[in-house]
Design a protein around this ligand. Structure first.
Ligand code: G4P
Length: 522
């Protein structure tokens, strides 16, 4: 198969959701389709630590959640599917955001009984801002939930995106009859078990379906559907692919109901790997020379080997084991001898990969997040990965001062992985860690102890709003504990504002000082 054909059969996506919306249950269904697992219903086992698709680290097992993103891949219907797992816990990390730079689309799961929940709103918004195509699965239709129209309106308002229901539910919970499949022009009947039966629209007026069609719930849904057909948004694949419209599927991951139709439609519509911007212009995914970028680095996934693995998204060409590549940042040649693809809990060695694939490469401590690897004579770097400003800040202190060497080494390495951000108080040389969520501190503390043998304590500084300063506009006298002046890892000055009010007040008083919001810039 040509590189072009290989690229076009790749579908690389992430599933994002609020905890408990049903991501594990849905993922399991997809793994079943891909024959990666043999039976469903292992959700409980996962939560008790037995089913460990991505639970590499002890802390994940302890909390029953997936802390770091992992990758699952399988062939399906002629396609090569790559699912990037993202932590769904409420205090997910910057890692979660960064994973989105390595996918071509996302599946957003929403619990029909709850709608869009606070903590994950931001994650959804990041997808929206970055123009990533979003496919929505509204889950748990087998339970009494919110009105479908309500849910759509909420998605439209919160994400500022058009919705197009691919199917329309008739009832929910105990009275759930099934869905009108607008795409396949058929009614899919729910029978409360795994069996679904379909009635083409053209046969709905047959007498044997009278029991269904005379049901008031069915009729109400049918009326709503007519209204949607007349007054709702038109389906537009271009708008879907540019992230302006989200196709919405109603179903139940647990029943399961509507999952296979959802997946088949999603797979047929989701975009293949796209060209990517670099310092030398746009690089086509079927360009014969291999290239890719590192979006994540993880240390010690296997405690038996003290190894680091860099996760690389292939962007062009063909990866083969033993390939000689150049690390664009340093211009050094590297032989990619050890590489793995990640399937469920095992790490299989891989022979070849194409744009869209994610591979794990052994990192002898040379890679940084955002690094570009290119083959042969090529020389370019992919656009920098966006930084996601942390919201919480804590001073970190080693409880045993004798261990300052290991302390610094641990901090350096963990910060380099991008798991947490480091700032320094510009006067006292104390270390301040910034994170998107609380969980990152727990992971940091755990890993400092287990991997570097250093116990650390935190002194919370609280939630802060970071704004970067231009180097010629730093007037130290303007800052104090409220609006703390610190430096980031590259020694740029950053102000950690106490809250929105202090930020506004400062702006009013010092209109000439430019405050840079990295988040908005990206
Ligand atoms: P998560 O990974 O997004 O956190 O969610 P997960 O799949 O673990 O699902 C969270 C809970 O919701 C589980 O129940 C799961 O069985 C349930 N669930 C998922 N999909 C559906 C659905 O379509 N319908 C219904 N009714 N429930 C669904 P739990 O009681 O928390 O866990 P367990 O004891 O069943 O394992």
């Amino acid at each position: 198969m040509s590189i072009h054909d290989e690229v076009n059969r790749r579908k690389t996506f992430a599933i994002i959701s609020h905890p408990d919306a049903g991501k594990t249950t849905l993922t399991e269904r997809l793994l079943l389709f891909g024959n990666l697992i043999r039976s469903a219903g292992t959700v409980k086992a996962k939560k008790s630590g037995k089913f460990a698709t991505s639970d590499w680290m002890e802390i994940e097992k302890q909390r029953g959640i997936s802390v770091t993103s992992s990758v699952m891949n399988f062939p399906y219907d002629g396609y090569q599917v790559n699912i990037l797992d993202t932590p769904g816990h409420e205090d997910f990390s910057e890692d979660t955001y960064r994973t989105l730079t390595a996918v071509d689309s996302v599946v957003m799961i929403i619990d029909a009984t709850k709608g869009i929940e606070a903590q994950t709103k931001k994650l959804f918004k990041v997808c929206r801002m970055r123009g990533i195509p979003i496919f929505t699965f509204i889950n748990k239709l087998d339970r009494e939930g919110r009105e479908p129209l309500d849910l759509l309106e909420e998605i439209e308002q919160v994400l500022d995106i058009e919705t197009y229901p691919m199917n329309w539910p008739a009832g929910m919970g105990k009275g759930f009859l099934g869905v009108f499949d607008r795409h396949g022009k058929q009614f899919v009947q729910y029978h409360g078990n795994e069996d679904e039966s379909v009635i083409p629209y053209s046969e709905l007026d047959h007498s044997e379906h009278e029991e269904l069609t005379s049901n008031l719930t069915y009729q109400a849904a049918s009326d709503e559907l007519s209204l949607l057909d007349e007054a709702g948004d038109q389906f537009s694949i271009d708008d879907v692919l540019s992230g302006k419209q989200t196709p919405v599927f109603f179903g139940s991951a647990l029943a399961p109901f509507g999952v296979e139709t959802f997946f088949d439609t999603f797979i047929s519509m989701a975009p293949a790997p796209a060209p990517r911007k670099s310092t030398e212009g746009v690089i086509q995914p079927d360009n014969p020379d291999f290239s890719g970028f590192i979006f994540k680095i993880q240390a010690n996934m296997n405690p038996a080997h003290r190894d680091r693995v860099a996760f690389l998204r292939v962007c062009s060409g063909k990866f083969e084991r033993g390939l000689n590549v150049k690390l664009a940042r340093t211009n050094k040649m590297i032989k990619l001898a050890q590489s793995q693809q990640f399937v469920a809990s095992s790490r299989d060695s891989i022979e070849e990969a194409y744009a869209g694939d994610i591979i794990g490469i052994y990192d002898p401590n040379v890679y940084q997040i955002g690094d570009t690897l290119v083959e042969g004579k090529e020389h370019f770097e992919y656009d920098e990965l966006p930084q996601f400003p942390p919201e919480q800040f804590k001073k970190v202190i080693a409880t045993n001062v004798m261990k300052s060497k290991q302390f610094k080494k641990g901090i350096d390495q963990l910060v380099q992985e991008g798991a947490i951000q480091l700032y320094k108080d510009y006067r006292a040389e104390s270390y301040i860690l910034g994170a998107v969520g609380e969980l990152q501190y727990e992971v940091f503390q755990y890993r400092m102890k287990n991997e570097y043998n250093v116990e650390v304590m935190f002194e919370p500084i609280g939630e802060r709003i970071p704004r970067w300063l231009k180097s010629d506009q730093v007037d130290k006298s303007l800052f104090d504990e409220r609006n703390m002046l610190v430096r980031d890892r590259e020694n740029n000055y950053v102000v950690l504002f106490k809250n929105d009010f202090s930020l506004r007040w400062f702006k009013d008083k010092n209109p000439k000082i430019e405050l840079i919001d990295l988040f908005e810039v990206n």
